[in-house]
Design a protein around this ligand. Structure first.
Ligand SMILES: O=C(O)CCC(=O)N[C@@H](CCC(=O)O)C(=O)O
Ligand code: ZN
Length: 345
């Protein structure tokens, strides 16, 4: 089942050829960087001098979100071919290789609802997505714990694309911080990545970014980079800022950031979360309605059996509407603009 990776091979291709597992291997590049493959889709770069940051970049947690996979694959190949010298410890994760091969968001269950131990709740580790959520948690833990002693910063950027188009093409989800302040430098970094719309979450979640933030104290985000498209149909020029900023981050090179000014951002918080309660859940707007669309107060948004969901508040915008989620899961978020004045560190 598991096979060893050959260093000169293409890491993404090999991951997809061996979705069930790869034997670990380790080698050192001529530039002094130690490369360790821990499993299929799991590769760690350790520079000779470890810098002061521990950076996790993930993609393919949803198998059909291909642009982030292409972005991460390019970064990995450039580090392997010594075109890009990592000066910070960097772990790259290709989340769900089996779902990528299937060209689907998930095979049996949404991987991004299984973190912070949710993989083992209820029926337990009954499918490959649940097992993968557990091992991804273990790899992230190992990566952060194996860092040298001293004052270090932890990061995790979980790269996605959204099912729908969006009024703001790129946006980030900032996991709930339990009252801790949002980080100004992180908002500045996101903006350098071309992401100036940020959704500030108000509750715990079972997502990968919340796990890294809450369990490991990382600055962590789900970053939505545009609309889902199949491999080969992404216009990579639309990702030039995020590609350049991630390269600069791992290479410890200057970042093209600008001092934070709230006027440069669209900041939202969750007003309410709508969960699918029955198989009859139905959205009352078209498939091409974009994320962050607003409707007048009273407009019917969705029905779920006898329950009606209408716009309650002026300026309430919809995001991530999806009638196909499993019963019990989040089917749509309603968000409202907010300010962070005086609440940033
Ligand atoms: O477009 C959609 O409906 C979903 C896109 C997506 O996968 N979004 C993430 C957001 C995770 C978070 O809330 O941090 C997801 O739903 O898992
Ligand atoms: Zn996704």
């Amino acid at each position: 089942m598991s096979q060893q990776w050959i260093p000169n091979d293409d890491f993404l291709r090999h991951t997809l050829n061996h979705p069930a597992g790869l034997s670990p291997c380790e080698f050192r590049l001529e530039n002094g960087v130690t490369v360790q493959v821990w499993d299929t889709g799991v590769i760690c770069f350790e520079p000779a001098a470890a810098g002061d940051k521990d950076i996790v970049l993930s993609c393919g947690v949803h198998g059909n979100e291909t642009a982030p996979i292409e972005i991460c694959a390019e970064l990995v190949q450039d580090m392997l071919q010594q075109k890009l010298l990592p000066k910070q410890r960097t772990l790259v994760l290709i989340g769900n290789p089996a779902a990528i091969n299937a060209g689907k968001r998930e095979v049996e269950e949404n991987l991004n609802r299984l973190f912070s131990g949710h993989h083992s709740k209820g029926a337990g580790l009954i499918n490959d997505e649940r097992k993968r959520a557990l091992t991804l948690e273990q790899y992230v833990t190992r990566f952060y714990q194996q860092a040298p002693q001293g004052s270090r910063k932890r990061y995790l950027y979980d790269l996605h694309t959204a099912i729908r188009g969006s009024r703001f093409e790129k946006f980030a989800v900032y996991p709930f911080l339990h009252g801790k302040p949002w980080q100004k430098n992180q908002l500045e970094f996101l903006r350098a990545c071309g992401v100036s719309t940020v959704l500030l979450m108000q509750t715990a979640a079972s997502t990968f970014s919340y796990y890294a933030s809450n369990t490991h104290g990382a600055d962590a985000f789900t970053v939505e980079l545009g609309k889902v498209r199949p491999f080969g149909q992404n216009d990579m020029s639309r990702f030039s800022e995020v590609r350049a900023s991630l390269r600069a981050l791992v290479a410890d090179a200057p970042l093209a950031t600008k001092d934070f000014a709230e006027a440069d951002f669209q900041l939202y918080e969750v007003y309410r979360s709508i969960h699918k309660q029955t198989q009859d859940f139905k959205l009352h707007f078209a498939d091409d309605v974009e994320n962050f669309t607003t409707y007048p107060v009273g407009t019917l948004l969705a029905t779920d059996g006898d329950t009606e969901y209408r716009v309650e508040k002026e300026g309430e915008a919809l995001i991530f509407p999806n009638a196909k989620v499993a019963v019990g899961q989040r089917a749509m978020l309603m968000v409202v603009p907010r300010s962070v004045k005086g609440q940033l560190a």
